[in-house]
Each structure stands twice: as structure tokens, then as C-alpha cells.
Design a protein around this ligand. Structure first.
Ligand SMILES: Nc1ncnc2c1ncn2[C@@H]1O[C@H](COP(=O)(O)OP(=O)(O)OP(=O)(O)O)[C@@H](O)[C@H]1O
Ligand SMILES: [Mg+2]
Length: 229
């Protein structure tokens, strides 16, 4: 589902990604851990085309976003990016919109779904996330764990093939981490591929099929943990 090879990225003179390589197979949950400043967020942002890299390849669902240092066309990039959902640590919900409206905004705007269609799909997603009763609430009325589940729902509404999470539990009270872990596990049983960055080893072990470590701009080949091993 995702294949990153030999990725390089610098900010000015500072080289942050130094040949990073990583693979996420279809339906697999890969967790990336590692010391602060190792380049984890930069890697995730590069996969989502929020940062531009100077060398390497990024293949998503069989299409090259970046191939040997050359980016796909603007049109191709737009279509490739539709395959990826991104969830940040601080939720980034629209504060003035209800939970339901947060979930129907992108499908109506980006995918051109009708409001009826988007609403039906959003309610299905909210039921799956056990949030149907919060459809008409506003973000400020929700707990941290609920907000993070809404943020996940909003990404799911665009029907991605790969979901990326950057520190999805770091803004949460530890007792709420299990809520997010449960959602991630149930998405996995539906076949979703996921790439998750976290500092929380306990959370990592709850959700991961495989845990890899990133140090100094590279993903280490030795797995910290593998479910199959
Ligand atoms: N926009 C930017 N401009 C300049 N330097 C940046 C920028 N973004 C990140 N960096 C630098 O790149 C390096 C890697 O940052 P990154 O955020 O990818 O690390 P990280 O592994 O996610 O760390 P953490 O675990 O603390 O979140 C850091 O040294 C950081 O200062
Ligand atoms: Mg980071």
C-alpha cells in the first residue's frame, strides 16, 4: 500500500531525511517510534505531500507520488493524495461546525457528494466510532478521546486506502488512549492500512502489527516488534 525508498529531505542546510525507507502492506499497521528530531513527522508530511523531497521514491496504492526524485504531475498528485487520510495530534476539527458537519465538509467539497449521501455516510462512520449520539454536538462539548475519534471519522469520510497518524494520543489523558487504540484495531479488521507515529510504547504495542524505529533520518531495518515473530 505504501512503499518509501531512499527518501532525502533538507530544510536549508540541515538534512532531516537521509535515505528513509519504509513499507506498509495492505491491511498492515506499522508504528514508527524514535527519538525526538529523528524525522518522523517530516517523513509523514512528505508522504502526504506537505513537504517536498529531493531524492527517493514514494509509491502509494500502486502509483508513484515521487519516483527517483521526480514528482508526478499536479493532477496525478491530487488523485494519489485522495488515497491518504491524515490525523494529527491536536485534532484540527472545525470548532464552529457540529460533529456531523465536520464529517460532511470534505466529501461534499472534495468528492462532490450530495449532502444527503455525505450525511448518510457520516452517520455510518459515527456509529462505527460509537459517536452517533454526538452528531449534533460541537467539538468544545467533547472529551479529548471523542475529539480524536471525530478527527479519525473526518479522515475516513474521504475513504482513504492508507491512514496516517502523527502522535494520535499525545494530547490525550492516558485513560483515553484505549478508545483510540480500539478504533484503530477495528479499522484494521476492516482491512485499512495504517502508518502511526507515537512516543507511547504501550499504545504502540496495543495497535501495531510491526514497530520500527527512526533515528537520524533513517528507518532502522531491525524491527523492535513484529506480531508474527
Ligand atoms: N519546517 C521546518 N523548518 C526547518 N527545520 C525543520 C522543519 N520541520 C522540521 N525541522 C527539523 O527537522 C528535524 C526533524 O523534525 P521532525 O519534526 O520530523 O522530527 P520528529 O521525529 O517528528 O520529532 P518529535 O518526536 O519531536 O515529533 C528537526 O531537527 C527539526 O528541527
Ligand atoms: Mg514529530
Amino acid at each position: 500500500m505504501l512503499k518509501v525508498t531512499g527518501l532525502y529531505k533538507s530544510f536549508g542546510k540541515v538534512e532531516v531525511l537521509k535515505g528513509a525507507s519504509l513499507e506498509v502492506k495492505s491491511g498492515e499497521i506499522v508504528v514508527v517510534v524514535g527519538a525526538s528530531g529523528g524525522g518522523k513527522t517530516t517523513l509523514l508530511r512528505s508522504i502526504n505531500y506537505l513537504e517536498k523531497c529531493s531524492a527517493g521514491s514514494i509509491e502509494i496504492a500502486g502509483e508513484y507520488l515521487l519516483k527517483d526524485g521526480a514528482y508526478a504531475s499536479k493532477e496525478e498528485i491530487r488523485s494519489i493524495r485522495r488515497n491518504i487520510g491524515l490525523v494529527f495530534q491536536n485534532f484540527n476539527l472545525f470548532p464552529h461546525k457540529s460533529v456531523l458537519d465536520n464529517l460532511i465538509e470534505a466529501p461534499t467539497r472534495v468528492l462532490g457528494q450530495s449532502k444527503e449521501e455525505a450525511t448518510k455516510q457520516a452517520m455510518d462512520i459515527l456509529s462505527f466510532l460509537e459517536l452517533a449520539d454526538k452528531a449534533n454536538s460541537y467539538p468544545f462539548e467533547l472529551s479529548g478521546g471523542q475529539k480524536q475519534r471525530v478527527a479519525i471519522g473526518r479522515a475516513l469520510a474521504l475513504k482513504p486506502k492508507l491512514m496516517c497518524f502523527d502522535e494520535p494520543t499525545s494530547a490525550l489523558d492516558p485513560t483515553l488512549t484505549g478508545e483510540v487504540a480500539k478504533v484503530i484495531r477495528s479499522l484494521s479488521t476492516e482491512g485499512m492500512s495504517m502508518l502511526i507515529i507515537t512516543h507511547d510504547m504501550e499504545f504502540a504495542k496495543m495497535v501495531a502489527d510491526r514497530i520500527v524505529s527512526m533515528e537520524d533520518g533513517r528507518v532502522l531495518e531491525k524491527h523492535i516488534y513484529s506480531k508474527e515473530a
